[in-house]
Ligand binder design. Sequence first.
Ligand SMILES: *Cc1c(COP(=O)(O)O)cnc(C)c1O
Length: 474
Amino acid sequence: MRYTTEEVAYVQPAASVQATQQRTTAEYRALDAAHHIHPFSDMGSLNRAGSRVIVKAKGVYLWDSDGNRIIDGMAGLWCVNVGYGRRELSDAAFRQMQELPFYNTFFKTTHPPVIELSALLAEVTPEPFNHFFYCNSGSEGNDTVLRIVHQYWATQGRKQKKYVISRRNGYHGSTIAGGTLGGMGYMHEQMPSKVEHIAHIDQPYWFGEGGDMTPEAFGLARARQLETKILELGADNVAAFIGEPFQGAGGVIFPPSTYWREIQRICHQYDILLVADEVIGGFGRTGEWFAHQHFGFEPDLITLAKGLTSGYVPMGAVGLHDRVAKAIIDNGDFNHGLTYSGHPVAAAVAVANLRLLRDEKIIERVRNETGPYFQQCLRETFANHPIVGEIAGTGLVAGIQLAQDPKARRRFENGGDVGTICRDFCFNGGLIMRASGDRMLLSPPLVITKEEIDEVVLKAKKAIDATAQQQGLS
Ligand SMILES: *Cc1c(COP(=O)(O)O)cnc(C)c1O
C-alpha cells in the first residue's frame, strides 16, 4: 500500500505529542547530570559545567535550548550528509512504521525495504560490490567484518589465516572488536581484555611523524610496515588489513599519494583481504561515493554506517566483493546476525537518503563545486597563519593542523589542550568544529552552500586567531 500526500498529512502526529522544548535549560542540565552518562566524557567535569542542550536543527544549523543558532561544521558526528530536516527521510520512517515497523530476516523471511536498499547499494557502490550484510552501527560493521574474514578463509581451507592488521590512531568503533582494531591508546588502556589476533602498524601521518622524508617516501615507508608485520607474523597467518581510507577521528589524516597503492600491492602479494572502513568516507564525503574511489584502490570488504542513513536512524552494513560474497554464499551457514539486521525502518530511511544523494546530485556538487570551494577557502584563509601547519582534506572534509612553529612542523607540547581551547572558542562563536589532539576537524553536511561555507571558514578563523592570541603566538 502507498500513502497519498493527503493521507500522510492526515496521519501526522498531533502537535501535542511532537517534541517541543518542555523544560528550561537549567532543568534539562540538572536532569542530564542526574541520570545520563555520556559517551567518551569525563562526567564529573561535564556535570559541573553543564551540557549544551541541542533542541532542533534544519539544513546545516542547530539550535540550543537558549535559542542560540550554531552552524554544524561536523554534520553531527560525520553523518548528517543530506543535512537536517529532510521530509523525505522522516516520511519514509513514518510510512514504514505504519506499514511494517519490524520484522526479522533470520528465518527465511525478508521485506521490501531491505530488498530495495540492497539493490540500491549494489547500484551506488563500485561494480564488484553486490551483496550487503546489515547491522546497527559502524562498530558492529567491523565486528561483522571480522566474522566474514574468518569465515572466508575457513572456506578456502586456510583457517590459520587469523591475524588482522590495523593501524595506531585508526578508529573502528567502540565494541570490544572495534576498539581492539582501532589504535586509540586511551581506549586500549581501559580495555584489559581484547580480541585476539589483532596487530597494529603505524599511521601514515606525515606532518607529525614524517621527519625529514618527503611525503611520498614516507607514504611508502609506512605502507611497507605492513609488509614487515606480515613477514613477522607469517603470511600464512594473516587474514586481512583494515584501514580508513583517510583517518577520521584520528585527525582527518590524509595519507601521502603513494600509500594506498603500495598497501594494495602488499595485500595482493601476500594474499590478504583488504578492508576499507568507509564509515566516514562513504556516501560522498570526498566528492566520490566512496573514499577508496578517491584514493584509487580496490578493497575486498567495505564497512558502512553514518552517512548510510545520514544519521537519521542507526544503521550499519558491510559490503562484500563478489569474490568474498561467493565464498560466504556457497559454504553453508554463516553464524552471525543481529535482531535488527536490515531493520525495515532504518532500511526505508537509508533508501530515501541514497535516493536524495543520487537524484539531487549532491555528491557531484561536492566534487565539482562546494568541495573545491571549501578546500580553497581554507587553504587561502590559513596560508601563513602563525599556528596553522597544514590543511589536509578533499571534498567536504578537512583537518587543520595547529602547530607551535608551522614552518618547522613543530607541534605544541600541550597539543590536546590547544585543540580543546580552540574547540571551545568555536563553540562559543556559534560553530561546531571538533578537535582531535592538535588537529581541528571539519566535515559539514554535504548540502552546505558556498555562503554557509564562508560562515564556517570565517568562524574557524576567528577561533584559531583567538587560540593563537591565547598562546601568545598571534
Ligand atoms: C564512527 C566510526 C566507526 C564506528 O561507528 P559507530 O556507529 O559509532 O559504532 C567505525 N569506523 C569509523 C571509521 C568511524 O568513523
